[in-house]
Design a binder for this molecule. Structure first.
Ligand SMILES: C[S@@+](CC[C@H](N)C(=O)[O-])C[C@H]1O[C@@H](n2cnc3c(N)ncnc32)[C@H](O)[C@@H]1O
Length: 279
């Protein structure tokens, strides 16, 4: 089991966490938002926390003492990603995932030819763009039209408009069922499935119910010698071992690494997501 923490982020730092919240700097702008898992005590003073320029209050409501910079951009290597204060407390970037982007970018860079990568539950496109920048042909799938539009905007901001990316607004399960029927093949698959999600027609995705089928279908889509397979997941209520066991249903267990992505501020590390990855 591995604990992985990004160590070279210039546009994100975690300043503190505790009492159900986290205090972060995103590209020069300080925000505080809920982190239900942070049940320990804050380390910084109330005065430090009060420096937050935006505080998430409730769904759809941030209290701001000053607006975010314009443009408000998160940069990491080849990526330039637009940040926003969204109604559901997110910013459009999960900075801990830089560890994932860097890991597969190196694999893509070192692979001969142009690998074909499928990115499922692909949100605002950070992983899609990192894979494309490293030299992959990418198919990006997400059921949210606004998320796909945001991802396309990130493609422009990152000056990656000439890269071969197929943008699909669809339910991941429906899309890959069709891809299997069409005989499509991918050299690598990335996925960040939610505990619970909705497709374009309101049908639900449930991690516990749907992951085994999702992985079986993905297995049918893999080329003979897959380059990599990455599962990342937030708040699914499982151990990283569960992700590993799921991935081992379809790929050799001895080539799977698994663990937790964390953000760190020297004093304390904040558990963020689980991962299992094969290569
Ligand atoms: C946890 S977020 C992904 C975070 C992202 N990978 C990142 O690192 O920035 C989950 C995404 O899954 C999408 N989603 C939820 N249910 C879906 C479904 N059934 N089919 C396709 N996408 C879905 C949501 O629209 C959302 O963009």
């Amino acid at each position: 089991m591995q604990i992985l923490t990004p160590n070279s982020l210039k546009d994100h730092s975690l300043l503190d966490s505790g009492n159900g919240q986290k205090l972060e700097r995103f590209a020069g702008y300080l925000i505080s938002r809920p982190e239900p898992g942070a049940i320990w005590n804050k380390k910084l003073s109330a005065a430090d926390w009060n420096k937050a320029q935006a505080v998430f209050i409730e769904t759809g409501k941030w209290r701001q003492t000053s607006p975010p910079p314009r443009p408000w951009l998160f940069r990491h290597k080849e990526l330039t990603l637009e940040l926003k204060l969204t109604p559901y407390k997110h910013t459009g970037v999960f900075p801990e995932q830089a560890v994932n982007w860097d890991w597969f970018s190196e694999l893509i860079n070192n692979s001969p030819g142009q690998p074909n990568v499928l990115n499922l539950f692909a949100y605002t496109g950070a992983a899609t763009l990192a894979a494309a920048a490293a030299g992959a042909r990418v198919c990006h799938v997400d059921s949210s039209k606004p998320a796909v539009s945001w991802a396309k905007r990130n493609q422009e901001l990152s000056q990656l408009s000439d890269k071969p990316i197929r943008w699909i607004v669809d339910d991941c399960l429906k899309f890959i069922e069709r891809e299997v029927k069409r005989g499509a093949k991918y050299d690598a698959i990335i996925m960040d499935p939610p505990a619970f999600g909705r497709d374009t027609s309101g049908k639900t995705f449930k991690f516990n119910r749907d992951m085994p089928r999702l992985l079986r279908l993905c297995h049918n889509l893999l080329s003979d010698k897959p380059l990599f397979f990455l599962i990342n997941a937030y708040n699914v209520g499982h151990s990283p071992q569960t992700l590993k066991n799921l991935l081992a249903d379809i790929l050799p267990s001895d080539r799977i690494q698994y663990g937790e992505l964390q953000l760190s501020n020297n004093d304390i590390s904040l558990p963020c997501s689980l991962f299992a990855r094969y290569n």
